[in-house]
Design a protein around this ligand. Structure first.
Ligand SMILES: [Zn+2]
Length: 325
């Protein structure tokens, strides 16, 4: 079924249009649901990348199926479309039947924000301005979850800030894979690093492949469990995960020149040896080698001019370890 005409697509677009028309303290794309009972402030953020609508599937489910405006038990819930501009582009391209991958962002990747984005008013690129607009709201989050999806059909993941994520907040997520420490290794700053104060618990999820029903289902189950774990929704998830496969990111592959390509189509979680040649340059630049024995996480399948330069082509994790809860 083609995304542009599926029932899901219609509902997600409707949800986007509704969210876009909402504003909170003058900031558009934000819906504030206040239970009227004291409790934590939770932020759920969708479309940090415009072509990743799984977060909108969460909003549709909470609003239309769960009547969250009347069923939230305590605290305040913010539903936020982070990158309204890129999501607009995504829905326009979808309606025209065109390739939506270019709708990842308008000017800059909102998950690779410059370190000075909060203070540099001279940076007028769309995502930089949107970040400064949303910052006061993001800062209020006690708990935050940023929702993503992937180009490849890979297992869903929890992405933790550093390696200190409180996994009790992830109780009931249909996710067994934990990617930690990526924010300390990646280029620039991911958006969730701006959420909350020092004691806030924030994470991102990679829910599945873009525009796939399974990604929507995974994302929605995670969101419900997250709210239940924060005692803001009744009930508990039936999913019980007691062991996580943790991948502690300690390196990445970045190509300095477009002439580089991986030597093979590396698979997700492919093990590499220290010193193994990962990529070569067609103009004779030095080989890119694995810096340590580890595991490739999210290796790009793009080659030649299709590669997104200025972003990691892969992350490299230390050997997988099991974390029990
Ligand atoms: Zn993303």
């Amino acid at each position: 079924m083609k995304f542009s005409t599926s029932t899901h697509a219609v509902r997600i677009r409707r949800t986007f249009e509704m969210l876009k028309s909402q504003s909170y303290e003058g900031v558009s794309g934000v819906l504030c649901i206040d239970s009227g009972v004291s409790g934590p402030v939770v932020g759920m953020t969708a479309c940090t990348h415009g072509n990743e609508p799984a977060g909108l599937a969460i909003f549709a489910h909470l609003l239309e199926d769960m009547d969250i405006c009347n069923t939230l038990l305590r605290g305040t819930l913010f539903l936020v479309v982070n990158n309204v501009g890129a999501a607009n582009l995504f829905f326009d391209l979808t309606a025209q039947g065109k390739d939506t991958s270019v709708a990842r962002y308008v000017d800059i990747n909102m998950n690779r924000l410059p370190k000075d984005v909060c203070t540099n008013d001279a940076d007028t690129r769309y995502e930089a301005c949107r970040t400064r607009e949303l910052l006061p709201l993001w800062k209020r989050f006690d708990y935050g979850m940023d929702v993503h999806s992937t180009t490849m059909d890979i297992e869903p993941m929890i992405i933790s800030k550093g390696d200190s994520y409180a996994l009790e907040l992830a109780r009931g997520f249909p996710v067994r894979k934990l990617v930690s420490h990526i924010d300390r290794v990646q280029l620039n700053t991911p958006v969730f690093a701006f959420y909350g104060g020092t004691h806030a618990q924030v994470c991102a999820i990679e829910a599945g492949q873009h525009e796939k029903d399974t990604a929507y289902v995974n994302a929605t189950m995670c969101a419900k469990a997250f709210l239940q774990n924060a005692h803001m929704l009744s009930g508990t998830s039936h999913t019980q995960i007691t062991e996580y496969r943790e991948f502690f990111i300690d390196g990445s592959v970045v190509f300095d020149d477009v002439s580089y390509d991986f030597v093979t189509l590396f698979q997700e979680e492919e093990c590499v040896r220290e010193g193994q040649v990962l990529a070569t340059s067609s103009i004779g630049l030095p080989d890119v080698r694995a810096p340590f024995e580890g595991v490739l996480i999210m290796p790009s399948t793009k080659r030649g001019s299709e590669k997104i330069m200025g972003e990691e082509q892969s992350f490299i994790s230390r050997p997988m370890r099991v974390r029990r809860v």
